[in-house]
Write a protein that binds this ligand. Structure first.
Ligand SMILES: Cc1cc2nc3c(=O)[nH]c(=O)nc-3n(C[C@H](O)[C@H](O)[C@H](O)COP(=O)(O)OP(=O)(O)OC[C@H]3O[C@@H](n4cnc5c(N)ncnc54)[C@H](O)[C@@H]3O)c2cc1C
Length: 347
């Protein structure tokens, strides 16, 4: 398969949070990766509500110049089948980002330090050999010792490795103007928003208004818009969407010559759908593991599986809550108790 071609150390597929974090760590460890990204611009379009908890600054401070606004907490509203209502507030400091700006900061840094990034270049084929990976795009084919799957929830890297596809929840989001500035995030649970919730996350004068649930549609997002009409103008500045893996970490996250990070490994929280912090942290751990392996400090990449064990347990716990919540969704009388018992109140 090799034809005497150059063999690169590491090729990363996907230049979003997980891929850029992996590249950042590899560069710190003296390894210059090659990255393929199918989008033409880093970070655009933004397919995210852009919230991160304040504690994320313990992991990295790179996002700080990209903070759009701070939030003090989370206000959750639950409407029952018969119009019953529950509301509560959890103090939880965090930030809403200009995520595209943060990703551009990360990309600029790794490019300055020697990484190679090919934009508008989706991978279309991968062949795995025991110790070598063959990677093909429309423009070139190359060989690498290790491939990193940072290509999101519908990972082609995992598909070519023969792994099962993940069960993913659809989400749509509108960017809307705010009538007044807000200091907190809002969540709405409603029986018609099946298995998920709606959100309103303020971002200065605008907000990310979205819905992630089974069977999302613009008309269901309109329910959220109507509910929060006291805060927002019903004018869509932009529309986006995406997919969220909501059943926890893949069983297999690495083997001889591949390793998965972020959404391609299924690292979003099954209840909240939050995945930015896990994507970044998995990239750091993967980068370190790869560097140790290439520097002959460890014999294989399995150490990554061990490093991810605690996160696996956390996601497993959250997945069990999702399963419990979904199994009781149609229980009309117990709707509020169901959500309260499984949403982040219960942590
Ligand atoms: C609507 C929505 C709102 C969300 N809100 C939040 C939030 O507020 N807070 C939070 O923590 N999480 C949120 N999430 C989850 C969060 O966005 C993800 O967990 C996070 O983006 C995962 O990062 P990633 O780098 O693993 O994957 P992605 O961000 O999905 O990036 C994958 C990258 O790979 C590229 N790619 C894919 N296929 C190929 C290919 N064949 N070749 C080359 N490149 C490829 C893509 O273009 C993309 O750039 C939200 C998700 C959605 C859908």
């Amino acid at each position: 398969m090799k034809n005497n071609k150059k063999i690169y150390d590491v090729v990363i597929i996907g230049a979003s949070v997980a891929g850029l974090s992996t590249a950042t760590k590899l560069i710190q460890r003296g390894i210059k990766p090659i990255i393929f990204e199918r989008k033409s611009t880093i970070g655009f379009p933004v397919q995210c509500a852009e919230y991160i908890p304040a504690a994320f600054s313990l992991t990295t401070k790179s996002f700080i110049p990209a903070i759009a606004q701070n939030v003090d907490g989370l206000e959750t509203h639950i409407i029952g089948y018969n119009g019953e209502f529950h509301q509560d507030y959890i103090q939880q400091k965090g930030h809403i980002l200009y995520r595209n700006i943060w990703e551009q900061i990360l990309a600029t840094d790794i490019l300055k330090k020697g990484a190679k990034l090919f934009l508008s270049e989706p991978i279309i084929n991968i062949k795995y050999d025991n110790d070598i990976v063959y990677i093909e795009t429309y423009k070139r084919n190359i060989f690498a010792k290790i491939i990193v799957g940072a290509d999101g929830p519908q990972s082609l890297v995992s598909m070519f490795a023969g792994l099962q596809s993940q069960k993913i929840m659809p989400a749509i989001q509108w960017c809307v103007p705010l009538k007044k500035r807000l200091d907190r995030n809002y969540i709405l649970f409603h029986p018609e928003i099946i298995g998920g919730y709606g959100w309103l996350f303020p971002k200065g004068d605008i907000a990310n208004l979205g819905i992630g649930a089974w069977g999302v549609s613009n008309s269901k997002l309109s329910i959220i818009a109507k509910y929060f009409s006291e805060f927002i103008y019903e004018k869509k500045i932009s529309i986006s969407g995406g997919l969220i893996p909501v059943y926890g970490m893949r069983e297999l996250i690495c083997r001889n010559n591949f390793i998965f990070v972020g959404d391609s490994a299924g690292l979003t929280d099954p209840i909240t759908g939050a995945g930015i912090a896990n994507a970044y942290e998995s990239g750091q751990l993967a980068g370190d593991t790869i560097a140790d392996y290439l520097n002959d400090k460890i014999n294989n990449l399995d150490v990554y599986t061990v490093k991810m064990k605690f996160l696996r347990l956390c996601l497993e716990r959250s997945k069990n809550k999702r399963l419990d919540m979904e199994s009781k969704w149609n229980n009309e009388k117990g709707f509020i108790e169901n959500i309260e018992g499984n949403w982040i109140h219960s942590r």
